[in-house]
Design a protein around this ligand. Structure first.
Ligand SMILES: Cc1cc2nc3c(=O)[nH]c(=O)nc-3n(C[C@H](O)[C@H](O)[C@H](O)COP(=O)(O)OP(=O)(O)OC[C@H]3O[C@@H](n4cnc5c(N)ncnc54)[C@H](O)[C@@H]3O)c2cc1C
Length: 436
């Protein structure tokens, strides 16, 4: 006899979709799942829509996989419904056999230094959704009227932020960057962008494909000090064999250092061993002072010397933590869990489970492992309530059908102006596009 279990997945990002896919794949004649995906925005796809850089369109083609998963008859989308506001965890746990939290990790980690609250000091967690058209971030104040910007961090998010500021906005004209951000970037006076990392180049978590793309920028010169890369390589070699990924990164950085410069007005400079100490300015950012670090053995230590860069914009890209969810135990910016299990019928996947690490594909294997656990924990299906009965009747739900209309309208509007899509950034307009 076949048993059908009802599963609520909260969060329509990669982790949520890959969980749905793994549940679909584990069905058999005896085991069936009905999946309801709940998403606070009127649009799904999580960071594939609001995080991945607009000049990296190939990465976003994973959305086709998400739409295939959503086309299964046992899948329903409930967009514009927020856990903690429109529906409580207790209600979901009561109504469903299994609840999976896939809400990501969206709050930016703070630098914790003086001056961080000044105008012109913003987090990548605000800047990225601003340029990607997230409806909650259209109002973000991004002063682009000075000549110099500094991005703090040593990962791909820092690199994305720096690249978006440093490239000629003409290169974004044919992308799905948010229209308000595109206009602002066209007016931007920023010509010099610095990325500053606290540790040495051997510790940077940029990935080599992203580094290798930098010398290909058409209107921007990219600088790295060759001596720094050689010193980092020597330190890494002194510890023994260099692991493959690290070697590839150091080679890519050496290639940037060796690449001839074209004398472009726009530049992007990567610096290492600079720890942010203070953002300076009275009512707005006027510069940032760093402690100069050095590597001693396995440690990075302060030399006691400082270096100040005059700038009008500082973007911190030093990681994310998860927003607290009522009723969900938290631990160090993640949902407290053991291998994805939180309690009796509550599980967690993706960045909410592991913290902000891993690329889109990492969430696929992670979700598959959690689904194995879910399947092994199943008892007998309970007589569940229909979600429609617990949702506020005033809420306009974005169903898969409505989302398909929004998706088609954005693509059609984009086609007319030579872009992959023209994103709608207002919640109200998204809801009306859903009506057709
Ligand atoms: C700026 C940036 C750029 C990146 N670029 C790349 C890249 O180029 N290539 C790559 O492979 N990886 C990239 N990544 C990593 C990739 O985006 C993540 O691995 C992936 O998105 C994590 O998936 P997730 O589903 O856990 O979280 P998310 O993608 O954040 O999805 C979480 C979803 O939950 C929803 N949600 C949150 N709270 C609630 C609530 N209370 N109720 C209902 N819904 C809620 C959110 O709106 C969101 O849709 C990037 C990450 C960032 C931050």
């Amino acid at each position: 006899m076949s048993a059908t279990y009802k599963v609520a997945i909260v969060g329509a990002g990669p982790a949520g979709y890959f969980t749905a896919q793994a549940l679909q794949n584990s069905q058999s004649d005896e085991l069936k799942f009905e999946i309801d995906m709940i998403e606070r925005l009127p649009t799904p796809w999580g960071l594939v829509r609001s995080g991945v850089a607009p000049d990296h369109p190939k990465i976003k083609t994973v959305a086709k996989v998400f739409e295939k998963i959503a086309s299964d008859p046992g899948f329903r989308l409930f967009g514009n419904i927020e856990l903690g506001k429109d529906v409580t965890l207790a209600e979901l746990k009561d109504a469903y056999d299994v609840v999976v939290i896939a809400t990501g990790s969206a709050l930016g980690r703070k630098l914790g230094i003086p001056g961080e609250e000044l105008r012109g000091s913003i987090s990548a967690a605000d800047f990225v959704p601003w340029y990607n058209g997230h409806p909650d971030f259209t109002h973000i104040d991004v002063p682009l009227d000075g000549g110099v910007a500094v991005v703090i961090g040593a990962g791909n998010v820092a690199m994305d932020c720096a690249r978006i500021l440093a490239i000629d906005p003409l290169e974004l004209d044919t992308t799905d960057v948010a229209p308000h951000a595109l206009s602002a970037l066209h007016e931007s006076k920023i010509r010099k962008v610095h990325i500053a990392a606290r540790r040495g180049a051997e510790h940077a978590s940029f990935t080599s494909p992203e580094l290798r793309d930098l010398p290909k920028l058409e209107h921007t010169d990219v600088h790295i000090n060759a001596d720094e890369i050689q010193a980092a390589t020597a330190r890494a070699l002194a510890k023994g064999d260099i692991e493959k990924d690290l070697k590839s990164n150091l080679d890519a950085m050496q290639a940037i250092a060796d690449h001839p410069h074209s004398g472009h007005e726009r530049s992007l400079d990567l610096h290492f061993l600079l720890a942010p100490k203070e953002i300076v300015g009275t009512d707005k950012v006027q510069g940032i002072t760093f402690s100069i670090n050095k590597v001693e053995g396995d440690k990075v230590v302060d030399t006691g010397e400082t270096h100040t860069i005059s700038c009008s914009l500082v973007i911190s890209a030093i990681g994310y933590h998860a927003a607290p969810l009522a009723g969900v135990p938290a631990d160090m910016g993640k949902v407290k869990n053991v291998d994805g299990r939180v309690d009796e019928n509550l599980y967690v996947v993706g960045w909410a489970k592991r913290g902000p690490s891993g690329v889109i594909g990492t969430n696929k294997s992670d979700a598959a492992a959690v689904v194995e656990l879910i399947v092994s924990d199943l008892k007998s299906p309970k007589k569940s309530t229909n979600i429609d009965e617990i949702l506020p009747i005033t809420n306009e739900v974005i169903t898969q059908e409505k989302w398909s209309r929004i998706n088609a309208a954005e693509i059609a509007a984009g086609e007319a102006v030579g872009k992959p899509r023209l994103k709608e950034v207002s919640r109200e307009k998204l809801l009306s596009l859903g009506e057709g």
